[in-house]
Design a binder for this molecule. Structure first.
Ligand SMILES: Nc1ncnc2c1ncn2[C@@H]1O[C@H](COP(=O)(O)OP(=O)(O)OP(=O)(O)O)[C@@H](O)[C@H]1O
Ligand SMILES: [Mg+2]
Length: 507
């Protein structure tokens, strides 16, 4: 038979080459019904590429895929769906002008009857009800499901992607970094779904850089490195440190580095920032050499606050840089005043994915690479791009690679390089290490540390409390659009931040 046991999916000897890279080299992976398999590895290890073969987006150069023991060719996403494979993609894949219901049912507004005879239209009421039911598990209010998803934040988009994948009748759900951008509460809801799928005999492949999530969630952990299988372990036979060592092939210690930097004068001051119904009278400041965190649950107004500061959304209130009030109406104005922002939703706002790595890094600060007459100093540009690629460990064959062909985490690194190169006075980061592997996280923390050592200031929004507490000198906590508390580094603990973030101190 050759089919080991009752695997639902069996991939063997999968090899995939792209120009300049062997993304997958003789990789195997199997998953049975009712089994949850984790797939872990550094940025660029090949996880998403392997999964895209099951989703019908890529085709293996070599190797075989079996479904229930039968060899198959998964030619396109429709074919994957017909085989019972549903995917939560790592990159945002929703149509921004459509609402949640339309996105969830996109491409399958009509559905074959059970035995494939009658083709019946799904009725709108049923679609709406189903979407609302799933969505309400994450958010108590469901009016969001009828507005274009482009008007919702990254978190809600993420949830809609999840709802979409879960609403498809399937035998395997692939989750490629499903918890990126989710806060604790939504993560918990997602974990409940994973347990539920398992109990219904559905297979799950789960990709994450949050290794801690895996324990108590998965049955088996498959580790990849540089496009190869390197290990397969049970969650009971390993721990985070062991997994990291297998992923990167070396041990990493000292995860978060925050050196003591002497804090200087004020660079950024925000007063009475208000956007009706979203943020309410937000006051904060950042000093030279300081890393200032903003904590809060999803929907607390963290992203809305930083977007308002850089003029991405209209708001009332004032923003001052170096003691002078600035007129900031667009992100371009913010850059001109020395405020840069790395946004949370990289595909829509951060990267020019059709352009190459070099251009993405140097574009935000062309004057650094411009010679007198607007002639780009090629050498300088190339040198800069290479330097950042090397420092951040961006996995790319050359600096001339289009950003869209990089792995998710490597795209994030390129955007980060771009903002560091802009050398602003204040850098605002919204979830900077979302989707970044452990080794590179460490690299990013040390770049942040260098930046403040040179007198810059950082405003950091992060849902990762250990990251926030490890890096920040002070932490503002937001709840329902307001800053409800300010902690010094010494006072901050996970418990008391969470208490304020959930409005608990009021009761
Ligand atoms: N369309 C493509 N063209 C060229 N190279 C590609 C393409 N898709 C993926 N690659 C390359 O294949 C390798 C594996 O990428 P993949 O996206 O699978 O990594 P990953 O493990 O999912 O990483 P991450 O954790 O960052 O998401 C990378 O070197 C990537 O640049
Ligand atoms: Mg990936």
């Amino acid at each position: 038979m050759g089919n080991s046991g009752n695997a639902f999916i069996e991939m063997t000897g999968i090899t995939k080459r792209f120009p300049g890279v062997v993304a997958l080299d003789d990789v195997s992976l199997s998953v049975s019904r009712g089994e949850v398999v984790a797939l872990v590895g550094e940025n660029g290890a090949g996880k998403s590429t392997l999964m895209k073969m099951l989703s019908g987006l890529y085709h293996p150069d070599e190797g075989e895929i079996r479904v229930d023991g039968r060899p198959v060719r998964i030619t396109d996403p429709k074919c994957a769906q017909a085989l019972g494979i549903s995917t939560i993609f790592q990159e945002p894949s929703l149509a921004p002008h459509l609402n949640a219901v339309q996105n969830v049912y996109l491409g399958r507004e009509t559905q074959k009857g059970l035995i494939g005879r009658a083709v019946k239209r799904l009725d709108e009421k049923a679609m709406l009800e189903e979407t609302q039911k799933l969505y309400a598990k994450f958010f108590p209010t469901v009016e969001d499901v009828l507005i274009p998803v482009g008007q919702l934040g990254a978190l809600k988009n993420r949830v809609i992607e999840i709802v979409k994948a879960l609403s498809i009748k399937c035998s395997l759900v692939i989750m490629d970094e499903p918890t990126a951008a989710l806060a604790e509460h939504e993560r918990q809801v997602l974990f409940d779904f994973v347990h539920m799928l398992k109990s219904q005999g559905i297979a799950v492949i789960y990709i994450t850089h949050h290794l801690r999530e895996l324990f108590g969630l998965v049955d088996r952990i498959v580790v990849m490195r540089d496009g190869k299988n390197v290990a397969e372990v049970g969650p009971g036979d390993t721990d985070e440190g062991d997994l990291v060592a297998r992923m990167v092939g070396r041990t990493i210690t000292n995860f978060i580095v925050k050196e003591d930097v002497s804090v200087g004068g004020e660079i950024l001051r925000v007063e009475h920032l208000t956007r009706k119904g979203v943020i309410d009278d937000v006051n904060l400041h950042v000093n030279r050499g300081e890393i200032v965190g903003i904590a809060g649950l999803a929907g607390a107004g963290r992203t809305e606050t930083v977007r308002a500061i850089v003029g991405a959304d209209k708001a009332s209130g004032t923003v001052s840089v170096d003691g002078k009030k600035c007129r900031i109406q667009t992100p371009g104005d913010a850059i001109a005043h020395g405020i840069g922002m790395l946004p949370e939703n990289r595909k829509l706002q951060g990267a020019l994915v059709e352009q190459d790595v070099k251009d993405n890094i140097t574009l935000a600060n062309l004057k650094e690479v411009l010679a007198g007459n607007f002639v780009i100093r090629k050498n300088k540009e190339v040198k800069t791009a290479k330097e950042y690629v090397q420092r951040l460990g961006v996995k790319t064959p050359t600096i001339y690679q289009k950003v869209k062909s990089l792995s998710g985490g490597n795209q994030q690194k390129v955007i980060l390089a771009k903002w560091l190169f802009t050398k602003p006075k204040v850098l605002i980061f919204d979830e900077p290490t979302q989707g970044i592997d452990v080794g590179a996280k460490h690299e990013i923390y040390s770049l942040i540390a260098d930046f403040v050592k040179e007198g810059g200031g950082i405003l950091l929004v992060s849902s990762e409390l250990p990251e926030l507490m490890g890096l920040a000198d002070r932490i503002y906590v937001m709840h329902q659009g307001r800053i409800v508390h300010e902690f010094t580094r010494e006072q901050a603990t996970e418990e008391n931040i969470t208490l304020y973030a959930s409005g608990g101190h009021e009761s």
